[in-house]
Design a protein around this ligand. Structure first.
Ligand code: PLP
Length: 453
């Protein structure tokens, strides 16, 4: 039975609140899930249900909920300097200290940060930044950006265009001109008949074919997530990134690595650039930078790009909230806690290997699970109708959504991307809590399996 308060919130929510990525009709029918508080790796809904947050919010609450020191720092910053901008040669201590801290964590050849309010804004910045870069180099015809099908780079016009989500492109006549897409390295779904290694090489070589087709002199950049997150946790075959690296070394184009999900520890390294041994020119960041306690994104800029910008005069781009003092102070405290708790090494050495091993041991044999894949503290369970042929369920059955609902009813948030269940818990999750997560995921799979029999 829903409480009166819950029913009241749900009615108001549907009447007045237009939600992102939500069908209003379905929202009206089901009523929104109203989350009222959170602590550690758990959230509570308005009905008092305690739920393990297997998605860290939206892949962002890396240090977990309820951190008193972040709240204290935020309160202090709001009283000291709640707002000032970083336009027109202005600055303030939180943005300065945060930029220096991120530069210290980033690959050695990257030492500057442009701040934004979100990951989408950061990728908008990238689009403008790479075109500005080539203008400064005297190569204004280098404008096209190559991305990948099923990539997610945000929801603004540039972000959604850079992304490769067909559903998003269908709304609003996207992508905008100057952005093209090549194959994603999705071996389980698209690599039949080839070994993972062969498929990885084939996908990577599409980058070279596309550069040659367009002409190197027309291509500004290649953008990619190290592991495609919202596309269903697409972990590339081991051969993919080394081959891409070789191709990038051959051609004079910039490389944008979108680490909005992977940045700040999720792979067991501060950045997946280190995990995959990549040398990007620009890294997109957001989410884990503040553990979601305040909105913030940014672009980490390599010395090569920064040096060019030094010669280009004013970069006519910026956001009112670029480097917002509250968000910057929160990010600094979040990063201090990450260091103090040695959380990235703990993820690499203890908790992530345990999560990946338990998911495979307990769930890989499940009759619904075609593949368990993942790296570090991010994983996917791909649900299929037939394990041998990888045959999927008809989309209209909504098996993934069913499994998500069973999961939440079992006390675990998993996200459904089609029929792929996503797990990306806070990095602070313990081994006991991982056991709880795996048990609840199995319960959700069992309930879903009973439905489809
Ligand atoms: N890039 C990637 C890889 C993401 O996963 C996301 C969000 O999920 C974004 C960009 C967009 O970030 P935001 O939602 O902060 O605009």
């Amino acid at each position: 039975m829903k409480s009166q308060q819950t029913q009241g919130w749900q009615a108001k929510d549907h009447a007045h609140h237009l939600h992102p990525f939500t069908d209003p009709k379905a929202l009206k029918q089901a009523g929104g899930r109203v989350i009222t508080r959170a602590d550690g790796v758990y959230i509570w809904d308005s009905q008092g249900n305690q739920i393990l947050d297997g998605m860290a919010g939206l892949w962002c609450v890396n240090m977990g909920y309820g951190l008193r020191s972040i709240a204290d720092v935020a309160a202090h910053q709001l009283l000291e300097l709640p707002y000032y901008n970083s336009f027109f040669q202005c600055s303030h201590p939180p943005a300065i200290e945060l930029a220096a801290e991120i530069a210290a964590l980033a690959p050695p050849h990257m030492n500057k940060v442009f701040f934004t309010g979100s990951g989408s804004e950061a990728n908008d910045t990238n689009l403008r930044l790479v075109r500005h870069y080539w203008d400064i180099q005297g190569k204004p015809e280098k404008k096209t950006i190559i991305s990948r099908h099923n990539a997610y780079h945000g929801s603004t016009v540039a972000g959604a265009s850079l992304g490769g989500m067909s559903g998003m492109h269908a709304q609003g006549d996207l992508p905008i001109p100057g952005i093209v897409h090549i194959a994603q390295p999705y071996w389980y779904g698209e690599g039949q008949g080839l070994s993972a290694e062969e498929f990885g090489i084939r996908c990577a070589r599409e980058l070279e074919s596309k550069i040659l087709e367009l002409g190197e002199d027309k291509v500004a950049a290649f953008i990619a997530e190290p592991i495609q997150g919202a596309g269903g946790v697409i972990v590339p075959p081991d051969s993919y990134w080394p081959e891409i690296k070789k191709i990038l070394a051959k051609y004079d184009i910039l490389f944008i690595l979108d680490e909005v999900i992977t940045g700040f520890g999720r792979t067991g390294c501060y950045f997946a650039a280190e995990y995959y041994d990549l040398e990007p020119d620009l890294i997109t960041i957001a989410k884990g930078m503040t553990s979601g306690y305040a909105p913030m994104g940014g672009v980490i800029v390599s010395d090569k790009v920064a040096d060019a910008l030094d010669k280009g005069g004013e970069f006519a781009h910026g956001y009112t909230y670029s480097g917002h003092p509250l968000s910057a102070a929160v990010a600094l405290e979040n990063l201090r806690l990450m260091k103090q708790q040695n959380i990235v090494a703990k993820v690499a050495e203890e908790t992530a290997p345990y999560l990946q091993q338990r998911l495979r041991q307990v769930l890989a044999q499940h009759p619904l699970v075609g593949e368990v894949r993942g790296v570090g503290m991010v994983a996917a369970l791909e649900l299929v109708a037939d394990k041998a042929s990888h045959q999927r369920f008809a989309a209209e059955l909504g098996v993934g959504t069913q499994c998500r609902e069973h999961s939440i009813a079992s006390g675990l948030v998993m996200r459904a991307v089609g029929d792929t269940m996503i797990i990306a818990p806070p990095l602070v999750i313990t081994q006991d809590q991982i056991d709880e997560l795996v048990t609840k995921a199995k319960q959700a799979l069992d309930m879903t399996y009973a439905d489809v029999q």
